[in-house]
Every structure is written in structure tokens, then in C-alpha cells.
Design a protein. Structure first.
Ligand code: SF4
Ligand SMILES: [Zn+2]
Length: 320
């Protein structure tokens, strides 16, 4: 069985072509001199992190910071998520403790341009940070509330966000990484994704971007072939066949029983009773005519669920 690839949580928001190039052993081009200062700035991050931790403690926030992770040779709280084609590893700057908390603590320090962008766009202006924190959130058992602290390197201002939900979509992240891992497994580079990081991309010499509508483009859909997955596909097909056969049989038997013209009878040890019942429903379109929207809102219950759809590939392609 092919081995899984490992992605670092701090890089999950990176371009999929860059991620696959690194895993396939392609070398990045040397860093141009004008970009060296960015690398130096990144190296300063642990100093800023310590300062922000002090600020947060002074403000009364409580958190654990873990320690040295010997497996990875770095500081932080090691978190790991396993998926069929890849492992996702990250190191939290801290984990919030205390009543009602439990989520990850993440600290960043930004230069003046980054700081202005963060104030205007928040984490949406930094997809890599957003996806990193989303992965950290998914790795916590009961996150409830976490903390995102950003410091301005120029003014020392501190922006603290108490997070009650992940800022990004973990399903979309898993989909991108599964696609990348499947391409790497096949020995191919994944298609790239245009972003504001392209200007200093060191794999530009390999670039090929995905300009297609990804929902319509099935070439990006990874193909899983483990015994467990193939067995699930066969169970799904069997269930679909049974469901449609069950519905057909029920309808046919029901019509035959109704045709007897009796309200109760026994047939082949089945006790059949037929009653006329009333089903009451309140169609939302009708309710809207009579009930104000804010009153409807009070009765609203939202339940999140994960829909799984499976469409026969041949039928979808029109080849059947
Ligand atoms: S230049 Fe190409 S490979 Fe590099 S980040 Fe942009 S899309 Fe990805
Ligand atoms: Zn580790």
C-alpha cells in the first residue's frame, strides 16, 4: 500500500502545485535578494510570539503552551489529523484553558502592510493563516472558544479575536489536500491556484494553473482505491437498489390491499388495517403571508448535517 504524504498545517493554504512540487522533490529557485528581508522577518516570529504571550497573560488569558516536540524538533503543542491519503501535522502556539475555552491559540506578528490588510480584511486577507487555524480547530476535541492574536511590528498594537468557530472550511481544505496527495501518489504535479503569493513563488518555473470551473472539472477529483472505500461504494449501490425495490414493492402491495375495499383483514398472517388519517403541514410560503419574519426567525431551528451524494460516474458522463 502506498505511504501517505504529510502536510504541515502552516502550509495547508499554499498553492497545490507548490505543495506537490515540494513533495515530489523539485527544488525551488533561490530566493531573490529583494525577498531576503521577508525570510528574516519570518525568523523573528518566535521573539514576537513570546512578547504576545506575555501581553495575553497580563490581560488574564489562560493557556498552555506545551513544550518541545521531539518528534518534529520544534516547539508547540503537536496536533495530528489522519485522512485516507495524507497526515496533517501542526504545532499550536498554545491551547486556551479554563471554563468555556479549549480552542487553539495562534499568534502572528505583521509588518505595516500586513497589519493594515489584517485590520481591513481579517483572516480572509490571509488564506494561509485562515486555513492553518481552521486545521488547528479541527484537531481539537472540544474547541468551544479559541484565541487569535495579531501584533503590529511597527506600532506594537495588539488585535485579539476570541474565536467561536473555525474561520475557514475544513472540508474544502481536506478536498484540496486529498487532490494534491492523489496527484503526488501518481507522480504528477497538481494544478496551481492563482493568489497574491504568486509574485514570490519559487516554483514559478513549474507553474500550470487551474483556470477551469473546478466543480465541473472531474479531472481534479481524486480517485480512492482502498479496499475499505471500494467496499463502501458497493454497499452504497446495494442500498440504493434495495431502497428503490422496497419503494416499488410497498406501493404495489399498498394498492392491492386498498383494492380489497375493507378497513381490516388478515392475509398470510399479516393483520392489515386501513384508516383515513389527516396529515397537517404548515407550508413556509403560506406562513410568511401571515406571520412576521422576526417571529418566524424565533421558531427557526438550524441543524447542520453532512450530505453524502454518490452519482454513477458512467451515467454522469453520459456513457451508459
Ligand atoms: S506561480 Fe503558479 S505554482 Fe506558484 S503559487 Fe502561483 S499558481 Fe502556484
Ligand atoms: Zn510535533
Amino acid at each position: 500500500m502506498a505511504t501517505k504524504v504529510t502536510f504541515s498545517a502552516s502550509r495547508v493554504g499554499s498553492c497545490t502545485r507548490v505543495l506537490s512540487a515540494g513533495l515530489l522533490g523539485y527544488a525551488p529557485t533561490p530566493t531573490p535578494p529583494e525577498q531576503l528581508r521577508y525570510i528574516q522577518a519570518a525568523k523573528d516570529s518566535s521573539r514576537w510570539e513570546s512578547l504576545v504571550k506575555e501581553d495575553l497573560r497580563d490581560l488574564g488569558y489562560k493557556f498552555d503552551i506545551g513544550g518541545y516536540c521531539p518528534a518534529c524538533g520544534r516547539d508547540g503543542i503537536h496536533v495530528q489529523l489522519e485522512y485516507p491519503l495524507f497526515t496533517l501535522i501542526g504545532h499550536l502556539d498554545g491551547q486556551m484553558t479554563g471554563e468555556g475555552w479549549g480552542g487553539p491559540l495562534e499568534i502572528k506578528a505583521l509588518n505595516s502592510n500586513g497589519w493594515s490588510k489584517y485590520l481591513s480584511k481579517g483572516l480572509d486577507g490571509f488564506p494561509e493563516y485562515r486555513d492553518q487555524y481552521t486545521a488547528y480547530w479541527a484537531a481539537r476535541k472540544d474547541p468551544r472558544k479559541g484565541l487569535y492574536a495579531v501584533k503590529s511590528k511597527n506600532t506594537s498594537e495588539l488585535d485579539i479575536k476570541e474565536m467561536t468557530a473555525p474561520p475557514g472550511n475544513i472540508d474544502a481544505i481536506i478536498e484540496r489536500l486529498t487532490y494534491t496527495a492523489a496527484m503526488v501518489r501518481a507522480g504528477k504535479l497538481a494544478l496551481g491556484e492563482e493568489s497574491d503569493k504568486c509574485w514570490f513563488c519559487r516554483f514559478k518555473y513549474l507553474c500550470a494553473k487551474d483556470d477551469s470551473n473546478t466543480t465541473a472539472d472531474t479531472s481534479r477529483v481524486p480517485k480512492l482505491d482502498s479496499t475499505e472505500m471500494v467496499k463502501a461504494a458497493s454497499m452504497w449501490r446495494e442500498a440504493a437498489n434495495l431502497e428503490s425495490r422496497a419503494e416499488r414493492l410497498h406501493n404495489e402491495a399498498r394498492d392491492t390491499f386498498l383494492s380489497a375495499g375493507l378497513s381490516r383483514f388478515e392475509v398470510d398472517s399479516l393483520d392489515i388495517s386501513i384508516e383515513t388519517r389527516t396529515r397537517i403541514s404548515y407550508p413556509i410560503e403560506e406562513l410568511r403571508k401571515w406571520v412576521p419574519e422576526d417571529a418566524l426567525g424565533k421558531a427557526k431551528r438550524v441543524r447542520e448535517y453532512r450530505e453524502v451524494r454518490a452519482i454513477e460516474r458512467k451515467a454522469q458522463n453520459g456513457n451508459s
